[in-house]
Design a binder for this molecule. Structure first.
Ligand code: 0RA
Length: 663
């Protein structure tokens, strides 16, 4: 070998070792790259690949993405983009395709001048998907040829190979991967979770068709919304009554495209969703601030100029008055987005505020001049909101004077914890006094507080604010948490790090949980965005065999335990509560019965059982409520809590199997 060749081989080997180290790092600490190894992290795998396909669309080269969930839970993502480049990468000395698939963060290095979804929040690159897959296959159509490579846990089985040619112009990338069971707690994809993100992407990218196929159930859905954000707003308000047709604004300034659609409806809630490079900025940021500033200024100007507010009336509509009944979607594309905040979903780029404010301000003024009747309707609505807000302030003042909301006067039925460091404290909000009593006895009083609430709390989606504030249960919750409510809410003052909702595993319990979630969502939203709200998971069954006791949290687990205990499944006697089965086969010498108890409510558990199964941090499971898809959450709350009965019935039927509301 020549000196040069020796050098080249050494370099190649060194690079390969680095690649292996990179993949190893991902497999060792997967949560660092994808958040967690539960269902959420699992779905990030699909998002990551789809985001790359959407980046091709943003660059103007892709108009269709097909996602197929196969029977074995492997997934194919297929696009009509340029195809991942395959030429030999000068530094790495191997096919660019292999580099993109195996080197961390390699994807972004190619193309810095475009707007990238994949560069943003999840921005980990397809190599991470590869590292966390049992196997992955990629097929690229580019320059008339079809290229292929296959990997096992991120490691190529062979170099990139040309496997054929194709006719016509259609370039593209097709990636199929099977999530690694060694990494993920579950590899079962949820159709609705995938569908929700694809629907969202279809609204945000009106020229892209998103197709989702599920071979496990034989389902297929196509999302294509020519109306883009306007269709998105209509979808969000499907069950509300709009006051006018959506207002659509589009513009670009300093290389930052801005798109906004919004409408006012008859409701009192605000549903504003903002996106940067297709990433849902749940915590908002400068683009949202710019949008709000433009609304406030433009409508106020118009109202004064046209005599809708009298010069001497001393009324100014504030930003808050424009929130009631507003449904809006704001989508901006930023070349180098800076994400801040707890969950890195808050846009920090200061220049974006004035860009959005200018574009929305100018175009909205024009629109209002041309549509005076719409302008009048909206301003009248906002004036009514201003009056209502003044009334709410008085109501709060009144309740406050009675000390019902502050934490200096804790509610009588709260059993507080002894430690007062919020970070280490948690509060269980428990349905019913009897379960509350058990929880109080069973808890670790040092860091666990218990607040029992009576039955169904008020439906905040339907009630006026003064009624909400007068509600005893709401007052108890607000005062126990100790961080105020609504406009005054300050999450940093919350007295507990975790707020855990513990309701019965029946229809009433799930309704109460939804009412509570709706309350937190509408009045203490940060608790949800900061991931501080949890749902307790009490067991559904107790299985007893002699002295041994087991708990099962769902039917599948019950069956697994029965199988382990070698119960042949013949159920001898079935009452509503206790099911006794004969243990073992006919020849079995033991005649001990297995007794299965189905818990109807938390109240049926004694304090020790409740602690053991549901409250002990060492052994319990609690579900974190997250706002992965805020738009979906809005729809769910509107459906469950709104006036229309039929959609609610449909929703409940569809989701009856999953009693949990995972918003
Ligand atoms: C690197 C560079 C370019 C495109 C891609 C990666 C790419 C990645 C994925 C993942 C799924 N589909 C994809 N499509 C493209 C730029 C291509 C060029 O400059 O020709």
């Amino acid at each position: 070998m020549t000196k040069e060749k020796v050098q080249a081989v050494a370099e190649y080997t060194a690079k390969s070792i680095n690649v292996l180290k990179g993949l190893e790092a991902v497999r060792k600490r997967p949560a660092m790259y994808i958040g967690d190894v539960g269902s959420r992290g699992l779905h990030h795998l699909i998002n990551e690949v789809v985001d790359n396909s959407i980046d091709e669309a943003l660059a103007g080269f892709n108009d269709r993405v097909i996602v197929t969930i196969h029977k074995d839970n492997s997934v194919t993502v297929e696009d009509r983009g340029r195809g991942i480049p395959v030429d030999i990468h000068p530094e790495e000395k191997k096919s660019a395709l292999e580099v993109v698939m195996t080197v961390l963060h390699a994807g972004g290095k190619f193309d810095k001048t475009s707007y990238k979804v994949s560069g943003g929040l999840h921005g980990v690159g397809v190599s991470v998907v590869n590292a966390l897959s049992e196997w992955l296959k990629v097929e690229v159509r580019r320059d008339g040829k079809i290229y292929f490579q296959e990997y096992q846990r991120g490691v190529p089985k062979a170099p990139v190979k040309e496997i054929g040619t194709y006719k016509g112009e259609q370039t593209g990338t097709k990636i199929t991967f099977k999530p690694d069971k060694e990494i993920f707690k579950t590899i079962k994809f949820n159709f609705d979770t995938v569908a929700e993100r694809m629907r969202e992407l279809a609204y945000l990218n009106k020229d892209v068709t998103m197709i989702l196929r599920d071979e496990r159930e034989g389902l297929e859905e196509t999302y294509r919304f020519k109306g883009g954000l306007v269709d998105f707003v209509k979808y969000l308000d499907e069950q509300r009554n709009p006051l006018h047709k959506p207002i659509y604004i589009q513009g670009e300034k300093d290389g930052t495209p801005v798109e906004v659609a919004f409408e006012y409806n008859e409701s009192y809630s605000e549903n504003v969703h903002s996106y940067v490079n297709n990433i849902n900025t749940i915590e908002g940021g400068t683009h949202l601030i710019g949008f709000r500033a433009a609304l406030t200024r433009t409508f106020n100007n118009y109202a004064y100029k046209n005599g809708l507010i009298k010069e001497n009336s001393k009324i100014t509509l504030t930003g808050d008055d424009f929130k009631e009944g507003l449904t809006a979607v704001i989508s901006v594309k930023v070349m180098e987005p800076q994400f801040e905040g707890q969950t890195k979903t808050k846009l920090g780029n200061s220049e974006v505020k004035s860009i959005v404010e200018t574009i929305v301000g100018e175009k909205l003024s024009e629109y209002l001049e041309e549509n005076p009747s719409v302008a009048r309707k909206i301003i009248e609505k906002c004036l009514r909101a201003a009056e209502a807000r003044e009334a709410a302030r008085k109501a709060r003042e009144l309740v406050r004077r009675k000390n019902a909301l502050d934490s200096l006067h804790l509610p009588g039925k709260l059993a507080d914890c002894t430690i007062n460091d919020p970070e280490h404290c948690e509060i269980y909000i428990v349905e019913g006094d009897s379960a509350g009593g058990s929880a109080k006895q069973g808890r670790d009083r040092r860091f666990q507080a218990i607040l029992p609430i009576k039955g169904k709390i008020i439906n905040v989606e339907k009630a006026k604010i003064n009624k909400i504030l007068e509600n005893q249960e709401i007052q108890a919750i607000v005062s126990a948490i100790g961080a105020g409510i609504g406009e005054d809410f300050d999450p940093s003052k919350a007295r507990y790090g975790k707020i855990i909702l513990m309701t019965d595993a029946d229809v009433d319990g799930s309704h109460i949980r939804t009412l509570l979630l709706t309350f937190f969502y509408r009045h203490m939203k940060e608790l949800i965005t900061e991931g501080r709200i949890y749902i307790a998971q009490p067991p559904l069954y107790k299985i007893k065999k002699g002295k041994e006791e087991y708990y099962a949290y769902d039917d599948e687990e019950r069956d697994r335990i029965l199988k382990r205990l070698k119960v042949d499944g013949k159920i001898k006697k079935e009452s509503s509560e206790t099911i006794e089965t004969e243990e073992g086969s006919e020849e079995s010498s033991s005649s001990k019965n297995v007794v299965i108890t189905r818990y109807k409510g938390l109240g049926e558990m004694n304090p020790e059982q409740l602690w053991q199964t549901t409250m002990n941090p060492e052994t319990r499971t609690i579900l974190q409520v997250n706002l992965e898809s805020a738009a979906a959450a809005d729809k769910i709350f509107e459906t469950l809590m709104g006036d229309e009965v039929e959609p609610r019935r449909e929703f409940i039927e569809k989701h009856a199997k999953y009693a949990n509301l995972d918003i």
